[in-house]
Design a protein around this ligand. Sequence first.
Ligand code: GMT
Length: 379
Amino acid sequence: MKIGIVCYPTFGGSGVVATELGLELSKRGHEIHFITYSQPVRLELLSNNVHFHEVHVPEYPLFLYQPYELALSSKLVDMVKLHGIELLHVHYAIPHAYAAYMAQQMLKDEGIYVPIVTTLHGTDITLVGSHPFYKPAVTFSINKSNAVTSVSESLKQDTMRLFDIKNEISVVPNFIDLEKHEHKFTDCQRGMMAEDDERIITHISNFREVKRIPDVIKVFYNIQKALPAKLMMVGEGPEKEAAEILAEELGISERVIFFGNSNEIDRILCFSDLFLLPSQTESFGLAALEAMASSVPVISTNTGGLSEVNEDGYSGYLSDVNAIHDMSDNALKILTDIKTLETFKSNAKLQSQKFDLRNIVPMYEKIYEETLKAFLVAE
Ligand code: GMT
């Protein structure tokens, strides 16, 4: 099938899922066209089956806001016509589902019929999308999509609660390529980061408010009081500077390493003993799944879809949002005794196998086939 994928090309989870999905679909024989404003960060190899089409938005001084949706929908029309794309899969409702609907209508006018599959990722529903300024457009775009998926049962329920949805929503969880996550390293050079007796704690995100970055620092502060430890902070975002200041104020800045965005996530996870994800809300928590696939147990909050990913007392522990002491105690339960740590590490790996891409990508393929068939019959 010829599939157009629209996503945010940055380090965010929705872009990562969209890119990995496109790459896997291409390996399974589909022709994939990524249509977005820059090449997705995880898209390294373009091939016969993987194409990238950049959406340009010309700067015009009259506009305070440049009209990206307009440029995107025009690009979608052009690319569908040029490459014979049969289906559009848009990741993140805002503004992708809206732009895709406009493209669909323009194409229909020319006798070209292309169905839209929309995948809801989380903040497009729980944070941004439900804002009154966006809600009517988001509701409309979801209801006009020919198929809708959400990355967890929890996100599906949130969507039904927050919007007047007439469409069926299928749950297709985030996934992981476990083969890729088999440690490529015989030695991940742990010694460069910490002493043998130190535990390595890691957090990876885009450092937005929703990730509750100060809680990461506070939990780590409690951990390092009880045992020797280092904290790896990976990512860039608005909360990073405040986190650096907090680490300084708490007198632990020598124990906290800020990496910025990294292409060496696999190596960092390879030497990590524990992953912290104290988010305010998290529709799924791809970062937690990536950690688990590298045998790193997870201390997380119990919001959103996190309980569908991290099993309490098995692959890690779950706590209420803001429960710093509970999260610190749980971290120490895992870290203090080496045998317990080893058990949680192997459980984390086992838990991640539920989300192997070989089980999940066929769910998307099935949705594409059914949607295309139903759509062509209806049109
Ligand atoms: O979590 C982020 O800040 C990025 C965000 C995104 O939109 O790219 O991630 C969301 O989508 C991911 C992929 O489906 C999910 O694993 C994340 O849980 C979700 N983030 C939130 O719900 C906060």
